[in-house]
Design a protein around this ligand. Structure first.
Ligand code: KIV
Ligand code: NA
Length: 275
């Protein structure tokens, strides 16, 4: 399993870091077999799996539940889990208590938090307590209400300067990695060069130290809405739709089950039964 030390070394050697989100055991297992460097149990869970409009309704219990599933599916991969909305803002002790659930109870190797300011103070507390922290700057989806939508960040010179400063403070606070979402390519490049910790981009152009995409976006398993920064490598929607409609047709026409799928009296080998 790669560790935070390996990720830093990869950056130094100019080797790109691959991060993919995962929310359940089979998906995590496939991503591990495909050789990703690390997995992110993102709170994008809320949108891509749970059907919410944003990441805001996602709870700590949701993240614990899905992190456990991911860990069962991928035992040899570094797993990062998002701290959900408003679970790392009220106090040092609350933040540590919530991180404890993700790391000790669920088995995350690191936690991720969005934002600057006080979040960087809590980053330092967590790192001091022994919890590896990934920070997330640029478009931080938990702040959708403050932003008034999802927009590219750091386009104005003053915003770009602020982002650069926040990125430096993130490294100073002890973060082991920075996720940078939806910023102009040139800004992401500058930030990647400014920091010694790896910068993982999503919608941040070609010159970061690695890339992260949402699992469901990579495989085309979604409602058809695909952001500009996504490259879709498969069309799972189509494959699943065809499979389910063939199943449906077969049942209606009594083509399924066939002889091969039925049990006879006294048959002993009952493999792959649930329960
Ligand atoms: O929740 C998530 O999936 C994320 C990534 C998009 C970086 O935070
Ligand atoms: Na997230």
């Amino acid at each position: 399993m790669k560790t935070t030390k390996d990720f830093k070394k990869m950056k130094k050697n100019g080797e790109q870091i691959v991060m993919v989100t995962a929310y359940d055991a089979p998906a995590a297992g496939i991503a591990e077999t495909a050789g990703v460097d690390c997995l992110l149990v993102g709170d994008s869970l809320g949108m891509v799996v749970l059907g919410y409009e944003s990441t805001v309704p996602v709870t700590l219990d949701d993240m614990v539940h899905h992190t456990k599933a991911v860990k069962r599916g991928a035992r040899e991969t570094f797993v990062i889990t998002d701290m959900p909305f408003l679970t790392y803002h009220s106090s040092r002790s609350e933040t540590i208590k919530h991180a404890r659930r993700l790391v000790q109870e669920a088995g995350a190797h690191a936690i991720k938090m969005e934002g600057n300011g006080d979040v960087l103070t809590y980053t330092k507390y967590l790192v001091d307590a022994g919890v590896p922290v990934v920070n997330h700057l640029g478009l931080t989806p938990q702040s959708v209400g403050v932003f008034g939508g999802y927009h590219v960040q750091g386009k104005q010179e003053s915003d770009a300067e602020r982002l650069k400063n926040d990125a430096i403070k993130t490294e100073e606070a002890g973060a082991c990695m920075l996720v940078l979402e939806c910023v102009p390519e040139s800004l992401a490049q500058q930030i990647s060069q400014l920091l010694t910790i790896p910068v993982i981009g999503i919608g941040a152009g070609r010159f970061t130290d690695g890339q992260v995409l949402v699992y469901h976006d990579i495989i085309g398993y979604n409602d058809g809405h695909v952001p500009k920064f996504v490259k879709q490598y498969a069309d799972i929607n189509e494959i699943v739709k065809n499979a389910i409609s063939q199943f449906s047709y077969d049942v209606k026409k009594r083509h399924f089950p066939e002889q091969a799928h039925v049990f006879q009296p006294l048959e002993t080998s009952v493999s792959h039964l649930y329960g």
